[in-house]
Design a binder for this molecule. Sequence first.
Ligand code: NAD
Ligand code: WQD
Length: 333
Amino acid sequence: MKIFLTGGAGFIGSHTAVVLLKAGYEVVIYDNFSNSQPSVIDQISKIAGKRPETIEGDIRDKEKLLQALANVDVVIHFAGLKAVAESVKEPLKYYENNVNGTLVLLRAMNEKKIKRIIFSSSSTVYGIPDKLPLTENSPTGGVSNPYGRTKLQIEEILKDICAADHLFSAVCLRYFNPIGAHESGLIGENPNGIPNNLLPYVAKVAHGILPYVRVFGSDYPTLDGTGVRDYIHVMDLAEGHALSIPYIVKNLGWKAINLGCGKGYSVLDIIHAFERASGKKIPYKFLPRRPGDIAANWCDPSLAHTLLHWVAKRDLNDMCRDSWNFELQYQKK
Ligand code: NAD
Ligand code: WQD
């Protein structure tokens, strides 16, 4: 089977490419490298022992997509911009790239009669949770930023397409907080500049590149007052995509599925786990809450177990160990 990965050179896409290549799928990576490096393809090839076909292209370029999509069985759609704060400052860029880009991709798929898409959605679609854990039936909406709204809008677009075309299938994987790296340390998360997300920031502090972790909020209604999230190892997430392929081949229609571990860890839990993994002291300071942040979220991952036969195999120590290993090998001091 031929699997087409938009954004396949990025953090989650590259790990998924490795898992799919190792499982024997034919993999095509389609990426404009706006947030990744072409050298990632060499690293993927080293780990997997074979090279994925790679096409430099933009999801907003329909002509290029029409050529690239030849004989594709399933599209996994990772491509998108994901910086929450940037999306508040430049909403048009986000709607243009994420929503319009998806529409162009769907038009091209339609012309090529490709009717299966696995979409990178996010726990952000749940907005402020009124009850935890979050299940796929929890209400969506009330999202605090344009980035999150693009995810919800794309989910809705896919739902409408499935309602109109009974031969179409769309699986929206709602990721919780992906962290970690491949155990080889050859691929991982490598944001440009100062990281927005907690784990890459903590890794840079452990490395001595940044002086201390800014802990955003110490007065949340959580056990230690800091924000709680459901962190998931990126390799578990990648395996969730691989297991979604047999599911989408057998099932028509729209489905949302949570991918998280089902456990919540606070910012201080993360800092302490990273101290254990790295053997480094990690200084931190409490700052006010970050605008738009919620106190806590974690999911009920049982639907993924039932439908995909997926469970997360890696724990918080594995996540921190692999993030640190990647940091040591690939971040320049
Ligand atoms: P990433 O930025 O590392 O990867 C995205 C890839 O898409 C990059 O390689 C980038 O170059 C490419 N891309 C962006 N716009 C493109 C375009 N117009 N045409 C072609 N390629 C384009 O991000 P990631 O963390 O791997 O996230 C992958 C997907 O998962 C994104 O859609 C993101 O919104 C979603 N997601 C991520 C997280 C997270 O915390 N990392 C959580 C939930 C959902
Ligand atoms: C985690 C916790 C922060 C940085 C974001 C997106 C979400 C999804 C995943 C894509 C929170 C705290 C963080 C720091 C801190 N992405 N924190 N100091 O906000 O849960 O989710 O990424 O879909 O849509 O919103 O992740 O890693 O930024 O924050 O104290 O320097 O760490 O307040 O409690 P978040 P995060």
